[in-house]
Ligand binder design. Sequence first.
Ligand code: ADP
Ligand code: MG
Length: 708
Amino acid sequence: MPGFLDTPIEYLKGVGPQRGELLRAELGIATFGDLLQHFPFRYVDRSRFHTVREVNEELPSVQLRGVVTDIKTLGEKQGKRLTAKLTDATGSIELVWFKGIKWLVGSLKNGQEYIVYGKPSEFKGRVNLAHPELELATTWEAGLDATLQPVYSTTEKATAKGLGSRAIGKLTHTLLLTPGLLIPENLSQDLVHWLGGLGREECYRQLHAPKDQHHLDLATRRLKFEELFFIQLQLLKQKLLVQQEVKGHVFGTVGTLFNAFYKEHMPFEPTGAQKRVVKEVRKDMGGGRQMNRLVQGDVGSGKTLVALLSMLIALDNGFQAALMAPTEILAQQHFATISRMLKDMPLEVRLLTGSTKAAERRSLLTALELGHIHILIGTHALLEDPVRFKDLGLVVIDEQHRFGVAQRARLWRKNEVPPHVLVMTATPIPRTLAMTLYGDLDVSVIDELPPGRKPVKTVHRYDSARNAVFAFLEEEIAKGRQVYIVYPLIEESTKGDPTTNPAKDLKDLTDGFEAISRRFPLPKYAVSIVHGRMDQATKDYEMARFKKGETNILVATTVIEVGVDVPNASVMVIENADRFGLSQLHQLRGRVGRGAEQSYCILMTGDKLGNDARTRLGTMVRTNDGFEIAEVDLRLRGPGDILGTQQSGLPTLHLADLVHDQDILQQARAAAQRVLDADPELRDPRNAAIAGELAERLKSQAVWGRIS
Ligand code: ADP
Ligand code: MG
């Protein structure tokens, strides 16, 4: 139902085609609704004034009232500027502009009283206001009678063409005065009441022209809630639909394979957490509905065993299983581990990656379609069209964050009845993000490490302490342990990013390798090197040597970041550690501490460090808890960066923010769940407003259909 809010913006009084185009192009405002959703990003308290004497450059902003005199244009070209003096009862301060000079010269009135708002800055020992907002005191007094004045984001170009913050505020004001304006309520009366009683339209009014701080707070909270509520409602509704409508293979039996493995071949007793998660998976797969489960477990928590046991259940029921990993190295390692664990069982386990040779690939694909292969392990090569299973019952996806929603969807097409899906991640996703991104998945957490593990000790050392660090490595090697030394090297995937310098990184790595080889010389020591630019065969060879304990030190890039498992390695040295993100550092640290010995992580940096880098290193030294680290990471980088924008799949939010509004998100999720529990079809007349909004949203996003 195209309503009033869908009206093109040029039809608003005072806009017209030209400004309409400008609003569209510069600010993405195409309709009345868009304008209303272009919320102020801050408010100026018009009731609070500073005096000139109080102004100092520590203050974030000041509002002054005074007389403008001495308007002067100074300088030439780049240095050209306009200055003026503002005087109140306590003194004078300089105002200065470097842009928009021509317009100001024409409009600034000498000797008149103005209201000025801006950020104090210091220039040559004196405080001034650069580019202040200003308005004649007389117009200011005749303005909106709100004390909190909205400030809107805009662009330089829009401002130059008369669409600055003020002008946008005026348009919004006009729109809010339009007779017949109707912003329909979309929450139930219960929820409205619970959120403080302001209706939806009233909230929009309060955001654009707040009565006072209290009303502004209530309105902001309610609109943020609303934003998050509908996302959660959609996710939960989606989940409900999958549960009701998407059939799943029923894996009713846990049979000979599972039992034989459990009793005879399993190399260790599963931890309580592993057992619990396998039980949850079993229950999902036995219930007749498609399983969509996310398993979060910190590095080293033993997710592989959970994957394997789950796959055996699929096999016991006559189906095939697939395990998909994000990198070639990891796929190979899963293949090696799982083949080893299953070596005495009558099962065909195969590996398919980008580098599988054509002939082998052909025979593999045929065997797969005939059902001769029971478990197929591989990279995203598994998603390609020629890969057809006879009967795929379960897909395990390791390190989900590298597989986007769309890729998940492709798997579905591999069978009529979709396979069960188990997503495993060692990147603990902050709860709130997980809720928004995977709100449609069930979640299990492996919150227990295998017995006998000692937490990794982490220290930060400056490059100047390198000799001491090397001496320490020597001691550890003398005890028979192995060492990783990791360098930042930009792999192919980030090629073209101008802020990185792959050639220099590669040189650092090879220089480092040479220095280490000199310090730890043959024949007493052996050092391996592995990086993403090497050919596969050499990489495999070097990795294998290290795994077998034939080399003491592995110098590498982040190719070893995910999943690589060498229990005897007990020291992780990370060079230029300030250049790594927190989750990457945590992943890398997870490569050690896998055996029973005390392990160490040494973060090496130069002595110049930025604030964020300090926080990252400090966090690493303080805690081993992946979830805590993920929360810090979220605060430092924001959700988009954490997930990688392309595949983040995060919904657009106008007001709410997943870092600061976690409490509102929790409430929105709980409320959405309550609504659906009581009224799954949203047929209760009291939920009519909610149902209406949801229907509108689903209409515009039909493609979401079967994805998760
Ligand atoms: P993740 O994939 O969760 O990072 P892995 O599955 O690679 O962890 O397991 C880490 C290490 O712990 C491996 O060496 C594995 O053999 C070992 N392991 C897993 N589960 C157990 C267990 N229940 N008892 C002892 N060792 C275990
Ligand atoms: Mg793993």
